[in-house]
Design a protein around this ligand. Structure first.
Ligand SMILES: CC(C)(COP(=O)(O)OP(=O)(O)OC[C@H]1O[C@@H](n2cnc3c(N)ncnc32)[C@H](O)[C@@H]1OP(=O)(O)O)[C@@H](O)C(=O)NCCC(=O)NCCS
Length: 117
C-alpha cells in the first residue's frame, strides 16, 4: 500500500501551480495532470502517473477528462511538450503519439506536440 500523499492543491507546490503558473489540476490517487487554457488552445503542462500504475490507461483517462473541459471552453486543440533531457522523454513521446498527438516542432531542449480535439 503506497503512502497517501496530500492533495497538490494543499501544498506550496499547488499554490505555485495556481498563482504563478495559472494552471488547473486534476488529481487522482496515483496520477495528476495540470493544464491551462489560452483562447482556443488547452496546454497540458504536466502529466504524471505514479510508478507501478503506468500503462494502465490512467494517463489517457486524465487527458480525456481535460479534453472534455477544453471542448466545453471552446478549445480546438491540445498542446504539450516533452523535455529531451528528462529520463522519461522517450516514453512520454511514445505515449503522446499513441494518444493522437503529432509532433509540430522541436528545439534543442523540447519536442512540441499538438492534437486537434
Ligand atoms: C508518460 C506517462 C504520463 C504515460 O501515462 P500512462 O498512464 O502510462 O499511459 P497510458 O496507459 O494512458 O497509455 C497511453 C498510450 O501510450 C502508450 N504508452 C504508454 N507508455 C508507453 C511505453 N512505456 N512505451 C510505449 N508506449 C507507451 C500506451 O500503449 C497507450 O497507447 P495505446 O492507447 O495505443 O495502447 C507516464 O509514463 C508517466 O507518468 N511518466 C513519467 C512522467 C512523464 O514523463 N510525464 C510526461 C511529460 S510531462
Amino acid at each position: 500500500m503506497k503512502k497517501k500523499l496530500p492533495k497538490i492543491e494543499n501544498t506550496l507546490m499547488g499554490e505555485f501551480y495556481k498563482e504563478y503558473l495559472d494552471l488547473q489540476i486534476i488529481e487522482e490517487e496515483n496520477a495528476f495532470i495540470s493544464y491551462g487554457i489560452i483562447e482556443d488552445k488547452c496546454h497540458i503542462e504536466d502529466l504524471y502517473i505514479r510508478k507501478g500504475y503506468r500503462k494502465l490507461g490512467l494517463g489517457s483517462s486524465l487527458a480525456d477528462k481535460v479534453t472534455v473541459i477544453a471542448k466545453e471552453c471552446g478549445c480546438t486543440k491540445l498542446t504539450t511538450y516533452s523535455e529531451k533531457s528528462s529520463p522519461g522523454c522517450k516514453v512520454a513521446t511514445k505515449a503522446f503519439l499513441a494518444y493522437g498527438f503529432d509532433i509540430v516542432d522541436e528545439s534543442e531542449e523540447h519536442i512540441y506536440f499538438e492534437k486537434k480535439i
